[in-house]
Design a protein around this ligand. Sequence first.
Ligand SMILES: [Cu+2]
Length: 498
Amino acid sequence: MNSNKLALMMLGGFLILSGCVKEEPAEVRTDQTMMNHDEMEDGMSHGEMEGHMSHDEVMQLKDSTGENELIVPPVLERNIDGDVTYTVRAQKGETQIFNGSKTKTYGYNGTFLGPMLQFTKGETIKIRTINELDQETTFHWHGLEVAADADGGPHDALQPGEERVIEFKVTQEAATLWFHPHPHGNTADQVYNGLAGLIFIEDENSKHLNVPDDYGKNDFPLIIQDKLFDENHQLNYREARNEDGTIGDTLLINGTVNPKLTVEKEKVRLRIVNGSNARNYTLKLNSGDSFVQIGTDGGFLNEPVTVQEVTLTPSERAEIVIDFQAIDATSDLALVNEDGSVLLPFDISHSNGVASELSTQLNDFTLTAEEKNLPVNKTVELFGMMDHVTINGKKFDPDRIDFTQEQGVTEVWEIYNKPDIMGGMIHPFHIHGAQFKIISRDGAAPPENEQGWKDSIAVHPDETVKIAIQFKNKGLYMFHCHILEHEDNGMMGQVLVE
Ligand SMILES: [Cu+2]
């Protein structure tokens, strides 16, 4: 290990909090554990520390007690007057997350998180965006295929008090997308404090499929986010911040602490959004029962894929269907994380739900032989950790165009996660303004549940992924690591689509 690296490690006292999988030699791990132990003593009790030591250095989430029914984000009403469809305000406020105390938070059209916006493929949407924060922000529509001037990247900052109307046509298929801020160097803070909302796109296909779609009844979004609250139940981002990705010990789902979900004995669809700054989750049922995944980031899979678990890195989405009629769970059924921590206990209502069939054909997604055989047009190398993160050896420069691509032309991007001396970490790689197809992971076809539209992809250390991507619209788009602190630290580039 060279001295620079060691110095970096010494500075990075909170490395242990990282949500990213570290693959590194055992002796390094021991050193880190000891260092972090010292560093964290003053901030936490010894008992808490022990819990954080286990599970491969990732702070374990506290089990949900299930005392609070899951909050379902409201559906945003469309504007009645004028031609603007929706008005979305970024604002700050106080939210009662914990009984008897108020947490300072940010939200869209409310004090924490945001509402759900519904688009139908083919319609034109106009959104009035208003910044009521006391700092600049942007409104980024994650996964939406829109022209760059409507995308809400860091070049589209709204100053406090400013507003802007954006307009676009919805050209993509049914999917669960989300929106969040993207201000230059300050995304992590704003998302952490609560700025995140949902977009559901419907289309003719989705309307005719047999999939649960009764919002709040058998069709639930789950925005999963881990937070670290201080003793006053405040988020205190500056204290919690980790340059390698801020991790917390408390999971909020749709802003609900200690959530539970009451369901009928029927098929229930969960649209899961990893809205965390940095944590990766592998979700499964504590009973060991399987379930089906029906959707990826950008649409339906061709058919339901039976899985035991689903892994989501930051910004990835998965739609799953759990059949509570088929599962023989009399008690204690819960969605749990890989390490067994209880994320969402289910309360299965005694009344019988509706027996329903799930469509066996959901979509017509194809990766053509032509696409598979295209030459590689662009190579992307992800590298580093903490503040030393780069793409192709460079940090983000808003005045530099890294790539150009022709509108409507499919290109192959090859993305490589270069390990460092400590092994490296997963970087969730996201591209704005387009949905892409995964051609391969290390030369092999992606797993069945990744054979669908994606806008974010987990790239493991020393892994090479190939994707086929086409931009329908023009302009300057970001591509970046979706560990929000990495993004803010410059792990981002720009592609100009002409
Ligand atoms: Cu990263």
